[in-house]
Write a new protein. Structure first.
Length: 166
């Protein structure tokens, strides 16, 4: 029997260097950019030549991601402290990002929550996870989508985790 192997490298067909011309002069907004998947998504877009707007409530980790993205070749990297579950905060941040340029790509990556069974946690903890994983994405789409529709271009990528539910 053949044993499966783990590939930790980017597959050549989707390597960021293949997309450089597509992201030159493009503004990409990434929520939850401070660490984990968000940091790696940020680095991929940086390597592809995108201008980045990094959103995260953890400004220390966010500044680390900014430095890594600048080193990876992003032409410009902007950071914004933002809790995506807070509508008014998101409104202000999207207004600030709009001063940088038109948003071409929104990556809704912010998420998380307790890693324990649904019935093994307080309902308030469960609901906080729903707000972070679902409400945050809805708020950001609600704020960004009208501009994309008006320009007849743009891309929204939503990433969610079910891990905290089970």
């Amino acid at each position: 029997m053949v044993q499966p192997t783990l590939n930790t490298e980017v597959y050549p067909a989707i390597h960021p260097s293949n997309f450089t011309s597509q992201f030159h002069n493009k503004l990409v907004v990434i929520t939850g950019a401070g660490r984990g998947i968000g940091r790696h998504i940020s680095l991929a877009f940086a390597k592809a030549g995108a201008t980045l707007a990094l959103l995260d409530f953890d400004t220390h980790r966010q500044s680390e991601t900014k430095s890594l993205c600048e080193a990876a070749g992003a032409p410009k990297v902007y950071t914004f402290a933002c809790d995506v579950t807070k509508y008014e905060q998101c409104v202000k941040v999207v207004e600030e990002v709009a001063k940088v340029g038109e948003i071409d790509v929104l990556v809704n990556n912010a998420g998380g929550g307790p890693i324990r069974g649904f019935t093994s946690q307080k309902f308030e903890d469960f609901w906080a996870g729903v707000e972070q994983n679902f409400k945050g994405a809805m708020i950001m789409m609600h704020l960004v989508l009208p501009g994309m529709k008006e320009r007849k271009r743009g891309c929204i990528i939503n990433i969610a985790s079910r891990l905290f539910l089970f």
